[in-house]
Ligand binder design. Structure first.
Ligand code: M6R
Length: 598
């Protein structure tokens, strides 16, 4: 997720660009850059946050009043100066800032290389600058339109040409908003940076292309057909929309999950085949070992269930902090997987280094591009979940289990077995089902209201939903400070049952499946001790309905996919309980987003 900004008007442009980028820094802070149009296209870009760019601009003077800027959350290519945007075309006539992923960039790059173009970055975005230049015959919007008709992927785009005083903006899949002012036009990924200058905006739609000059805007489809878009007046204030209207980043990130999951899947399913750029010998694979910490460890446990069922291979899951000090043997045909949202967790990094020293193949499942774990694993899967700012991990977890499912299917395919098209179809429609759950959040708010005063919770699940119970309990305890434990449901009678009384909510994760009848017996045991039962299920089983005090229904899916759906209501429940207790959910007590100490 990157932030882009553009301004054309009568003032010096750089202050508009820098102030705008600062307001969008939450969208990415791997690098930042601006391009000001003068007699030539003057680009300044720096790795790191906006502060680094500001330092680089200290002794620079610009006189232009047209420019574009970018703050980057790296996807393709490390977060360094060269990969920072704006990108210039080969002849330096065109500058581009881009938010999104160009899926066919490798093909386009080959085509451009054959034409003699030289590339200066590892980004997918740079191909856009060269491609637009290759189509340019004197009219920038025509060249952008032709280039985009050859592009697969997503983009929010702003483009300048050295000899034309205009900005071309285009969108598909990545947000882009025009700001309409007096003698000036702006474009940005978010309304926040526009609000200082105008509250009149136009939300571009997918496949729209806008031509902005100082006093005018024209909007057409990518194919040149003119369209009309309404001007809207924004009523919000800046502090509200920094979180895009959400009270907390955590809630925003819960809401982003359908889109985040689509981003993890994007480009990785082609018909009935899985395409991952991973690099290990799947045919010889004997054993898989996964390590991680916290929520990422829970996703590892779910991955174990996925892989054992799909691959019938032994899978071991360990806390990274334990693995690093354990005496253990790894063989060269073992695959060692590390999972980390931040890619910087100290224990996970140490476990990875130990595994490498033991000589096995390594793979990282990481969100933050260019992070230590991403750099040190031999190959990997990026989540493409976008920045996760809330300390309590939500969308990263969902994208981690998506990646683990893709990996299990890719290994199955590499072993010469056919992947079930039913599984692929279902995987692709899960984001819609998650959306349905989020649309029902009011019901969870009511439950949160009823349960907020409990001081202990028990979360119980079985099979692939046992790790969901652990994750539900972790979400609640880390943000609400209410004590909560997760257990495999059948283990309850070996100890935790002693805690159950009428004041103890017991959350059962009990979807339809081969062990539902066993869970019903565990529910009976709780009921016999007056425990209050909240059940997350997709089942209409009458016994289950009778035993539950509260039920939250999730849509039906394949049994192996149920964690994708059962996790989401537990995140929402934890969020509302914590919020009702007046806790700052984004900054829970004693926690940090990235744990870089042992
Ligand atoms: O960045 P990582 O995924 O390596 O972080 C691991 C844990 O620190 C993290 O999941 C932590 O448990 C979160 N606060 C959970 O919400």
């Amino acid at each position: 997720m990157c932030g882009i900004i553009g301004y054309i008007g009568i003032d010096h442009v750089e202050k508009y660009l820098i102030e705008g980028l600062k307001k969008m820094e939450y969208r990415g802070y791997d690098s930042a850059g601006i391009c000001v149009k003068d007699d030539y296209l003057d680009v300044v870009k720096k790795s790191g946050g906006i502060a680094n760019l500001e330092k680089a601009l200290l002794d620079r003077k610009f006189s232009g009043n047209t420019g574009i800027g970018h703050t980057r959350w790296a996807t393709h290519g490390a977060p360094n100066d060269l990969n920072a945007h704006p990108h210039l075309s080969f002849q330096s006539d065109i500058a581009v800032v881009h938010n999104g992923i160009i899926e066919n960039y490798a093909t386009l790059k080959r085509f451009l290389l054959e034409k003699g173009v030289r590339f200066s970055s590892q980004t997918d975005s740079e191909v856009l600058a060269h491609l637009i230049e290759s189509f340019y015959t004197g009219n920038l919007e025509e060249a952008v339109s032709k280039a985009l008709q050859n592009v697969d992927g997503t983009y929010g785009l702003a483009v300048l040409h050295r000899h034309e005083n205009k900005i071309i903006a285009a969108r598909k899949g990545s947000p882009l908003i025009l700001g309409i002012g007096d003698s000036m036009m702006m474009v940005a990924s978010d309304a926040v940076p526009l609000l200082d200058h105008t509250n009149k905006v136009i939300y571009l739609e997918d496949n729209d292309l806008a031509v902005l000059t100082r006093n005018q805007y024209d909007i057409m489809k990518i194919n040149g057909r003119k369209v009309r878009r309404e001007i809207e007046e924004i009523q919000w204030n800046i502090s509200q929309i920094e979180k895009r209207g959400f009270k907390h980043f955590m809630l925003k990130e819960i809401y982003e999950q359908p889109e985040a999951m689509r981003n993890t899947l994007r480009g990785r399913i082609k018909g009935d085949t899985i395409k991952l750029s991973v690099n290990f010998d799947a045919e010889k694979l004997n054993r898989i070992v996964i390590t991680a910490c916290g929520t990422s460890w829970h996703s590892a446990l779910i991955g174990k269930y996925f892989m054992e069922e799909i691959l019938q291979l032994p899978v071991e899951v360990d806390y990274a902090s334990e693995f690093r000090y354990r005496t253990t043997a790894l063989a060269k045909d073992d695959l060692f997987i590390v999972i980390s949202q931040s890619g910087e967790t100290a224990d996970t990094l140490a476990a990875l280094r130990k595994a490498k020293s033991l000589g096995c193949q390594t793979l990282g499942i990481v969100n933050v591009v260019g992070s230590s774990i991403a750099r040190e694993t031999e190959s990997g899967i990026y989540l493409h979940a976008g920045p996760e700012i809330g300390v309590a991990s939500t969308k990263a977890f969902l994208c981690q289990i998506t990646s683990l499912m893709l990996l299990a299917l890719a290994i199955q395919q590499a072993k010469g077995k056919t992947i079930s098209s039913r599984m692929i179809n279902e995987l692709e429609i899960l984001p819609e089902k998650i959306q349905e759950i989020i649309a029902n959040e009011k019901q969870l708010r009511v439950l949160a209201y009823r349960l907020q005063n409990a001081t202990n919770f028990l979360y119980l699940g079985r099979g692939v939903n046992f790790p969901v119970a652990l994750e539900g309990a972790l979400k609640l305890k880390e943000i609400s400070t209410i004590h909560a434990e997760g257990y495999p449901a059948a283990e309850m009678k070996h100890g935790p049952i002693a805690l159950i009384d009428a004041s103890m909510p017991v959350v059962f994760i009990a979807p339809e499946g081969k062990i539902l009848t066993k869970i019903l017996s565990n529910m009976e045991e709780v009921k016999a001790r007056q425990g209050q039962i909240l059940t997350i299920t997709d089942s209409q089983n009458p016994k289950l309905q009778e035993l539950s005090d509260h039920i939250f229904m999730v849509p039906k899916t394949l049994e192996i996919f149920t964690p994708f759906l059962t996790t989401v209501p537990l995140q929402i429940l934890a969020y509302y309980i914590a919020d009702m207790k007046g806790i700052n959910v984004d900054k829970p007590r004693n926690l940090a987003k990235s744990v870089t100490v042992e």
